[in-house]
Design a binder for this molecule. Structure first.
Ligand code: CP
Length: 312
């Protein structure tokens, strides 16, 4: 595999899940594969899980990870072509991506959307620029529209915890005080569409995700109806896609409660705001598998890096 920028880079999700489980059972089996190889992890935005699990994954493969908070520590980057750079940006991505490629065998990038300019966000300006100007493989650690490492993690976690051949998985919107990106919900939807699950999405009207992504997935505006017979409730807030980046409501009746989810397992990519997105009684119970889910971030990343290293 050359790059991992989207769930669509997964050619066979079932075999990837099985490979990830095998890595989890024996994390150091391929510890020589990445020897003398360096991965640069470039963060334009905050992270706890992605930052640590991707480093851990690289270390498990014998790689040397180097990490940079680009927004705080690097020169201000320019992404527009032909710009007269007499403003706040000091370095063009053309040089920056080419230079980082001299130091790193793989570059992983996190760059969130503006949520103010839909066209620019959907162009995936940052990831696209690295794909264009870097000379090494690129890994998406959450971009404007996708979080494919998280989605692979989620697929692994559902596979590990399901008791049925075809579980019912519900993606539920929940309220949040801030406008949040669509990336996690988009990639989770794409991953579930590849799996043998009964998948439905529930959210208040106005919070429809990009219809090019949801496709034929059923959307149910009544959360209680959507949750009937659910095996997994995957919760995430996102801002409006149609009324781009806007918070249309923060209706607390959409918060996830123990009573609502019944016997279903609760999943969330984290970080999660307690008693806003989900009540303590869920997170502090056996219904929650968010910590097991976060643990799987390492093995999802390790599988992706392994596949890239094997093709270097
Ligand atoms: N889920 C996730 O991507 O977590 P971080 O933002 O902490 O990396």
């Amino acid at each position: 595999m050359k790059h991992y920028t989207s769930v669509h880079d997964i050619d066979n999700i079932n075999s990837w899940i099985e490979e990830a489980k095998a890595l989890k059972a024996n994390p150091l089996k391929h510890v020589t594969l990445g020897q003398r190889k360096t991965i640069g992890l470039l963060f334009f935005n905050s992270s706890l899980r992605t930052r640590l699990s991707t480093q851990k994954a690289a270390l498990n493969l014998g790689m040397n990870p180097i990490v940079m908070n680009v927004s705080g520590d690097a020169w201000g980057l320019e992404f527009e072509d032909g710009t007269i750079m007499n403003g706040n940006t000091a370095e063009h991505i053309k040089e920056a991506a080419a230079v980082v490629s001299q130091y790193c065998d793989i570059i992983a990038v996190r760059a969130f959307p503006s949520l103010t300019d839909k066209v620019k966000d959907e162009s995936e300006q940052v990831i696209s620029a690295f794909l264009k100007y870097a000379s090494v493989p690129i890994v998406n650690m959450e971009s404007a529209t996708g979080h494919p490492l998280q989605a692979l993690t989620d697929a692994i976690t559902i596979s590990e915890h399901t008791k049925k051949a075809k579980p019912k998985v519900v993606l539920s919107w929940a309220p949040h005080v801030k406008a949040l990106p669509h990336a996690v919900a988009n990639s989770f939807t794409q991953a579930m569409q590849k799996m043998d699950v009964e998948f439905v999405i529930t959210h208040p009207e106005g919070y429809e995700l990009n219809p090019d992504i949801t496709g034929n997935t059923p959307i149910i505006y009544n959360q209680g109806e959507a949750f009937k017979n659910a095996d997994f409730v995957y919760t995430k807030n996102w801002s409006s896609y149609k009324n781009y980046g806007k918070v249309l409501n923060t209706d607390p009746s959409w918060m996830i409660t123990k009573e609502k989810i019944g016997a279903a397992k609760f999943m969330h990519c984290l970080p999660v705001r307690r008693n806003v997105i989900v009540e303590d009684a869920v997170l502090d119970s056996d219904s929650s598998i968010v910590i097991q889910q976060a643990n799987n971030r390492t093995y999802a990343a390790q599988l992706v890096l392994k596949k890239i290293l094997e093709d270097l």
